[in-house]
Design a protein around this ligand. Sequence first.
Ligand SMILES: [Zn+2]
Length: 151
Amino acid sequence: MEISHQKHSISNILKKLRESGRSKTINGVRIKILPALKKGEVRVKDLGKLQAATGYEYTLLRGMGKYGERVLICGTPNQVGIPAEYLERKYVWSGHSHPDDTSPSQADRDALSAFDQECSVIVSACQKSDNPKHKTRTFEQFEDWSDWLPS
Ligand SMILES: [Zn+2]
């Protein structure tokens, strides 16, 4: 039941994105934006499934307040741009997908800093893998070096 519902919602979102998504180019990166989604319509954990289904990266933003609009943005296979208007309007960067490894890039950390946000989430498109590098991951603005320091 859960699984068929999930598939259903993923295909619904992709249909909505095709029909009502608006295209934009951010610093040479072509993106498609689907605004005005309700809470629960797309969740952070869906982003990996969306990327697995289409081959493109996805980002999810949330407007102010618990019931603020959700905005889904679809990018390229390994990049997604976020329009500056969402930073200006104090949206929260809920999470984004990666094709493979869930390690944050420097660009991810810079974006988090631009959002003035403590942390966000990365979900891999490799859903069924038990490889630890595919595990859903919360990342912060600054790299945590504690694992690297000899003790
Ligand atoms: Zn990233």
